[in-house]
Ligand binder design. Structure first.
Ligand code: C5P
Length: 238
């Protein structure tokens, strides 16, 4: 289960990040860097995480013209990111360009190709919010499936989605397609701005490959204890 938990380092305070990583060093394998952590750590983060035996998920949710995303993804691959995401709503061409770039950089450098993910619909958006914000004719779940299939056609390894959508994504995209789920809330944590949520146990039960947890760990009074409780809950399912 240690390999399936990703801790989101959502802070731009370098000392906090140092402390969290040292505290969770033996318990956590994957750390996720969004804009905040990336602004604090920069490219130095890659050798640093590697040296400490950790894997890095670069969550910068690229969304730009294909040429720019190809360069962004290529650069992150070159520096050693093991998981990288981009908005699936950026379209087929954008995702395809990102994938081709990651492949050619990985081949050139003789390193493994990173896990490339398409972000479907953010887990902070519910059905009402989706209809209001996007004026879409589709239901939210159908949009998630549509974007997941587009990501798969573009050659990405998988998607970021809510654990509530795992079953239909598996039906549409198969069992080898990686599903990473934020929107994880243990029963003892508050939902905050997340809407399409489940507990860690339910996400694993539904078949998530990886779960992403931020505030329930990094804002806990005791982040190590919170992490251990989450891992126990995940183990209880298998
Ligand atoms: O604090 P919390 O557990 O809600 O953190 C979830 C993390 O996952 C955040 O870093 C957030 O940016 C990220 N994320 C998300 N929903 C997505 C994609 C990424 O919550 N669809």
């Amino acid at each position: 289960m240690k390999d399936r938990l990703i801790v989101a380092l959502d802070t731009d305070d370098g000392e906090d990040i140092d402390w969290l990583c040292a505290t969770l060093d033996e318990t956590v394998r994957w750390f996720k860097m969004g804009f905040q952590a990336f602004s604090a750590l920069g490219m130095e983060a890659f050798p640093w995480f590697k040296q400490n035996g950790h894997k890095t998920f670069v969550d910068l949710k690229f969304h730009d013209i294909p040429n720019t995303v190809a360069r962004d993804v290529g650069m992150m691959t070159k520096h050693g990111a093991q998981m990288i995401n981009m908005h699936a709503s950026g379209g087929f061409e954008m995702m395809h360009a990102g994938r081709k770039s990651a492949e050619s950089v990985a081949t050139e450098k003789g390193i493994p190709r990173p896990i490339l993910l398409g972000v479907t619909v953010l887990t902070s958006i519910d059905e009402n919010g989706f209809q209001q914000n996007f004026g879409s004719e589709r239901e939210l779940t159908k949009q998630v499936i549509y974007l997941a299939q587009l990501a798969q056609e573009a050659g990405l390894s998988g998607v970021v989605a809510s654990p509530l959508e795992i079953e239909p994504i598996r039906k549409a995209c198969g069992h080898d397609f990686v599903i990473v789920t934020p929107g994880i809330r243990p029963a003892w944590a508050s939902a905050g701005d997340q809407r399409r949520i489940t507990t860690p146990a339910e996400a694993i039960q539904r078949g998530a490959d990886y779960i992403v947890v931020g505030r329930p760990i990094i804002e806990a009074e005791d982040p190590l204890e919170a992490t251990e409780m989450i891992l126990e809950e995940m183990k209880g399912v298998s």
